[in-house]
Design a protein around this ligand. Structure first.
Ligand code: BGC
Length: 550
């Protein structure tokens, strides 16, 4: 049974936490994190104050894309444990009031999936139409110009069947054909199977890729071509993805999924919507219409944008619309925020604190990626240690995703407490990380971890940031300032995103006080807020009860 506690829309007020299981905690010394390891660390997650965890895929898989290539959607891969380990983890999490969301990868399967092994042999296979097949063009080429995100054409020739099959990612991740009712039914059956087991929800991998255009029309050029750095080495951005994803048929499927979720009170789904800026909001609005998905996961804060204008736009989209999005600064696919937004390493702790204070002050549902709460920086993984095929292909323009996936540092002992003394972590532990480990930070008053615990606590309690409106101030360059308004309650949030000191003149009428803020942020005479570079503060005005700066 899903955790039946609190309101059915618990996800609106929740703080989510993404666990990348390979790198969270290894319990058996094989150098790869596992389900028992997650269970051992539930106390940590509970102290942190998160309401739900999203666990990246732990299903049976050949691990070409580290679990996002599923062989059997109903089985736990032995490297992570077994189904009993999952049931124990789920029960233990529920006992602590933590909900568990699993990562359903439905858009594609692994080439080792039973259906594909059969379908690739012949057009007579009973699973023939469960994948997307097309004949060669008369010149032998693939049926159209679609590209794989991970490099090269989105089509691979299958000599046994003498046809091409579609894959938006690796060639070992054949695309499932959602136009086939059998595929849709199986996707719903898989979801039901896990709901019956008691999971509280799903993160839906690449939900906007479920359907393709059946006429297999060519995508037109985007016109963005070589102007974008990533596109220089990856032509995927050269195209406008009109036909290989974002197809309207997905809405009917999401209605069906919504009906299924409604049978399990308190369950929910969070859809990952990776789409070009111009369309993303429209898609998310349609996907999260009533009866469909509860939440969509936006890429808005996963970019390099670190300016007041950028954040104003992102926050502005959220406020004033019924669209409730899930926001994150880091995940297992992008360079960690502490590095992405810092000009050099020395800035990383300040940048991390500011990013967490910003994220946890926003409307929407915040999602922390493991290690965000420690201010972990991107690990520098040398080419000969890379395992991510995406990074290996595009090195060095794009170094792939290994640098954000290295193991969690729990302490300063052998292997940072991630695995046993003799265990060999599947990815190297960054030399910089033991100093940022949990044991180093949990008793330090000024650590990122201590701050994040405070931020989560006050977001949910006294500040009530999970609800309410946003009112922006027109500010000088480098400063982002807005009010979070909930009924009579107003909290003013000010962030200095620049590398220079700023003085912000507050409304001189009321008495102002700092509820929580970066060390060095202070209110001087005449209600002037002093903000050193990269400092921030949550302020209240008028109430003599809030007089103490931490
Ligand atoms: C996941 C990636 C994965 C891809 C293909 C995503 O968006 O987050 O890690 O490689 O889907 O499944």
């Amino acid at each position: 049974m899903a955790l039946n506690q609190g309101a059915p829309d618990w996800w609106r007020k929740a703080v989510l936490y993404q666990v990348y299981p390979r790198s969270f905690q290894d319990s058996n010394g094989d150098g790869i994190g596992d389900l028992k390891g997650i269970e051992q660390r539930l106390g940590y997650l509970s102290d942190l104050g998160v309401d739900a965890i999203w666990i990246s895929p732990f299903f049976k898989s050949p691990m070409r894309d580290f679990g996002y290539d599923v062989e059997d959607h109903r089985a736990v891969d032995p490297i992570f444990g077994d189904l009993n380990d999952f049931k124990r983890l789920l029960d233990a999490a529920h006992r602590r009031g933590i909900r568990v969301m699993i990562d359903l990868v439905l858009s594609h399967a692994s080439e080792t999936h039973e259906w594909f092994r059969d379908a690739r042999l012949s057009t007579d296979s009973r699973y023939s139409d469960c994948f997307v097949w097309a004949d060669a063009r008369p010149d032998g080429g693939p049926p159209n110009n679609w590209l794989s995100i991970f490099g090269g054409p989105a089509w691979t020739w299958e000599p046994r069947r003498r046809q091409y099959y579609l894959h938006n990612f690796l060639s070992s991740q054949p695309d499932l054909n959602f136009h086939n009712p059998v595929v849709q039914q199986e996707a719903l059956d898989v979801a039901r199977w896990w709901l019956e087991l008691g999971v509280d929800g799903f993160r839906l991998d690449t939900v906007n890729f479920y359907f393709h255009n059946v006429a297999l029309k060519d995508n037109p050029p985007s016109g963005r071509g070589r102007t974008q750095v990533v596109s220089e080495s990856n032509p995927y951005g050269f195209q406008e993805h009109l036909y290989d994803k974002n197809q309207p048929e997905v809405l009917n499927f999401l209605d069906r999924l919504g009906n299924l979720l409604a049978e399990y009170p308190g369950s929910m789904a969070l859809g990952e919507v990776g789409a070009e800026r111009a369309w993303a909001d429209q898609l998310m609005e349609a996907y999260s219409a009533p009866g469909r998905l509860q939440l969509c996961y936006t890429f808005d804060l996963l970019s390099d944008g670190f300016s007041p204008d950028h954040f104003r736009r992102v926050i502005g989209i959220q406020s004033g619309t019924p669209l409730w999005r899930c926001l994150s600064f880091s995940n297992h696919d992008v360079v960690r925020a502490a590095t992405r937004f810092s000009r050099d390493e020395s800035e990383a702790p300040l940048v991390s604190k500011l990013a967490m204070a910003l994220l946890l002050s926003l409307p929407g549902t915040p999602c922390l990626y493991q290690g965000d709460e420690l201010g972990l920086t991107e690990a520098d993984v040398p080419f000969d240690k890379l395992v991510d095929p995406y990074g290996i292909t595009f090195w060095p323009t794009f170094k792939g995703r290994d640098g954000c996936r290295t193991p969690m540092p729990w302490n300063t002992g052998p292997n940072a407490g991630f695995t046993t003394r003799d265990g060999v972590p599947w990815l190297p532990i960054s030399e910089d990380h033991p100093a940022l480990s949990v044991s180093e930070q949990e008793t330090a008053e000024s650590s990122v971890l201590t701050l994040v615990k405070d931020l989560i606590r006050i977001r949910k309690t006294e500040l009530g940031f999970a609800a309410g409106e946003v009112r922006f101030y027109e500010m000088e360059d480098g400063i982002l300032m807005f009010d979070r308004v909930s009924g009579e309650d107003v909290v003013t949030c000010v962030f200095n995103l620049s590398r220079t000191r700023h003085t912000v003149q507050l409304d001189p009428g009321p008495i102002w006080s700092i509820v929580l803020g970066q060390q060095g942020a202070s209110i001087g005479s005449n209600e002037r807020l002093e903000l050193p570079p990269l400092a921030w503060a949550y302020l209240k005005s008028g109430s003599p009860d809030f007089n103490s700066a931490p």
